[in-house]
Design a protein around this ligand. Structure first.
Ligand code: UGA
Length: 416
């Protein structure tokens, strides 16, 4: 078993630290945020991530996992040091690497393998390697929020980029068995961006296709069902929605476009992927306007605020983009989300879905929480001032909803 230091206790760093400890390694995880470290020492993870708090508690109990605010402690004695630092979007769409540089400027790793897990632009790990005495390995993460622990413990793939074969193999050996790719650092970095951008492109494609279905009298559900049967296309990421969001896709698509621009490579497909998504919230607002009439002073209920189901994450949430545009037009918003309790931006947050529907001229389904499909439809209809639902995710059971006297405006289907 290995001694591992993890710098950064965000959802990637914390998942990495807790899962490695669960696998039997000894892990010291450092974060600059004192409050966070104090909470983590009590196994309070401050986020909705299934099984993660349990694994943190297990690591603390077995003594295999410790938290500190001192990066030096995470580095001392470590055989592997994982950099799991934020790389937000910088001024021109490029990734901002100041957190990575600040950490490496303060402490020089020694006698270990330095592993770059943060999503960093192509060439960053090579740059880091030039300034370090230790082997540097790129090992991107592919963790979905809401499934991070499962994705870590049962990985679909492990990608390791290095110019030192034995360092690469030693990093690979830390993980459970999985299909693995050992490559150079730049290719490993690009696998991460290429994957996220490809998925985002698939979603923008499906969202445009849904718009076309509405005009052409086709049904996006059947169209994607037909597409899924082709193994080359793949079954996942074909559900239309209010746009893709979260802490990764928007940042990574912009960063790859910025990298392409910097390399003088024209990548119109990527630009169109982003543009299509930026239009998507406006498209939802148009549908709400059609359903509810003029928006100024009109009460609209929102179902779902997080960027997807299974997380409490509101970062770059398409639901909030839609809410912002509706509020700009003067709509009065009440929302419900199983993972959000505080009022959020222009949205007053209610305690139940029925409360969000109360007195509303339209109810808009924005996040695919499964419980929204099982509401008491007659009660929803009775509470609304005008029973219309705009379902941006095609989540609701159309028959039951319409039988209750509600007009259902689906996505990617010709209007009734
Ligand atoms: C994404 C990738 O899926 C992970 O593999 C990657 O590791 C992670 O980013 C990252 O870079 O760290 P995540 O941001 O958790 O994970 O979100 P996804 O589950 O990929 O969903 C992204 C967006 O697409 C959400 O807004 C979701 O609602 C939307 N989506 C997804 C759809 O609208 N339709 C679909 O069929 C699937």
């Amino acid at each position: 078993m290995a001694r591992i230091g993890v710098i950064g206790a965000g959802y990637v760093g914390l998942t990495t630290a807790a899962c490695f400890a669960h696998l039997g390694h000894r892990v010291v995880c450092a974060d600059v945020d004192e409050g966070k470290v104090t909470a983590l020492r009590r196994a309070e993870i401050g986020a909705h991530e299934p099984r993660l708090a349990e694994l943190v508690a297990e690591g603390l109990r077995t003594g295999r996992l410790a938290f500190t605010t001192d990066n030096g402690e995470a580095l001392a004695d470590a055989e592997f040091v994982y950099l799991c630092l934020p790389t937000p979007t910088g001024e021109n769409g490029e990734a901002d690497l100041s957190a990575v540089h600040a950490v490496l400027g303060d402490a020089e790793p020694d006698g270990c393998v330095l592993v770059v897990k943060s999503t960093v632009p192509i060439g960053t790990s090579d740059d880091i390697a030039r300034s370090q005495r230790v082997p540097v390995v790129s090992n991107p993460e592919f963790l979905r929020e809401g499934h991070a622990v499962d994705d870590f413990l049962r990985p679909q793939r492990i990608v390791v980029g290095a110019d030192d074969e034995s360092a690469a193999r030693s990093v690979l050996a830390l993980y459970p068995e999985a299909p693995a790719l050992v490559t150079d650092r730049a290719s490993a970095e690009l696998v991460k961006y290429a994957s996220n951008c490809f998925l985002a492109m698939k979603l923008s494609y499906v969202n445009s296709l849904a718009e076309l279905c509405e005009q052409a009298g086709a049904d996006i559900g059947d169209v994607t069902e037909g597409m899924r049967l082709d193994e080359r296309i793949g079954a996942a990421f074909l559900r239309p929605g209010p746009g893709w969001g979260g802490s990764c896709f928007p940042k990574d698509t912009r960063a790859l476009l910025s990298t392409s621009d910097g390399a003088h490579v024209d990548f119109p497909l990527l630009r169109a992927t982003i543009d299509t998504n930026e239009r998507q919230a406006r498209r939802v607002v148009e549908k709400v306007r059609e359903a509810a009439g003029p928006l100024a002073g009109t009460r609209i209920g929102l179902l779902g605020l997080t960027f997807k189901a299974g997380t409490d994450d509101l970062r770059d949430s398409p639901a909030l983009a839609v809410a912002g545009l509706l509020a700009d037009e003067g709509a009065v918003l009440t929302g419900y989300d199983p993972c959000v309790t505080a009022d959020t931006g222009p949205v007053h947050v209610a305690e139940t879905a029925l409360d969000a529907a109360h007195d509303a001229s339209a109810l808009v389904v924005l996040t695919e929480w499964p419980e929204f499909a099982e509401l008491d439809w007659p009660a929803v209809a009775a509470g609304m001032s005008r029973p219309v639902i705009v379902d941006t995710r095609n989540l609701l059971p159309a028959d039951k909803v319409t039988e209750s006297g509600i007009r259902l405006v689906s996505t990617g289907r010709a209007a009734d």
